[in-house]
Design a protein around this ligand. Sequence first.
Ligand SMILES: CC(C)(COP(=O)(O)OP(=O)(O)OC[C@H]1O[C@@H](n2cnc3c(N)ncnc32)[C@H](O)[C@@H]1OP(=O)(O)O)[C@@H](O)C(=O)NCCC(=O)NCCS
Length: 198
Amino acid sequence: MLTTNLALKAIPEEQPPEPQQSYLLMTKADIPAFLALQAKVIAALPEDKKHYLKPRTAEDLEAHLSADMPVIVVKDHDGKIIAQALVTLFNSPAAKNLGDYPNIGTDPKAAVQAVQVDPDARGKKLSEVLLNAAKIEAAKLGAASLLAKVATDNDSQKSFISTHFTKAAENVWDKAGRYFANYFQVALAKSEPLLRPV
Ligand SMILES: CC(C)(COP(=O)(O)OP(=O)(O)OC[C@H]1O[C@@H](n2cnc3c(N)ncnc32)[C@H](O)[C@@H]1OP(=O)(O)O)[C@@H](O)C(=O)NCCC(=O)NCCS
């Protein structure tokens, strides 16, 4: 009888894929949690980098949600918000801090603002989750392009580049905040059903 000496290798068990971090849309009940995270993020910024975030008030957030503009959040396993960002159409009554944007992007335009991640959850690409979610939510609002304003000295520009935003205007002086900003944009595909009936 023919015998072989081949050691049989155990077939590695297929590993389940890493769960994709998913996002939620904030409700008014989450406003205190949004404000708490915002305070933590701003407190963690060095004194000369506070211009990275323009703080929102409870009233701003109320108005934003009442106008049906989305606030994207990522929560941890305990339901605590660890990342958040606002999306708004330029022509929304709740639009804020959009007056100085240069004429870039295709109408109707939306902006993603107040992108922030809990300092204890940094380095996990949650900013990319927020920006990709912002594209989806802006497209759902009917926007053809999504814009963002980022201080030129802010490393978060990397997250915009990695989620396919491109720089559309450079070194624009923000008089009120006294810093230079770059503006980013991305074109949005119309949200169409993926499959067509045959
Ligand atoms: C900018 C910000 C949103 C990035 O969020 P994030 O989810 O941590 O982003 P990433 O995981 O891609 O990490 C970004 C960079 O942070 C740095 N980083 C990585 N791990 C880190 C950690 N544990 N702690 C601090 N910084 C870390 C790295 O430089 C990383 O760059 P890399 O991709 O080259 O490694 C977040 O830092 C933040 O909230 N900053 C303050 C508010 C702000 O500036 N918002 C942007 C307004 S436009």
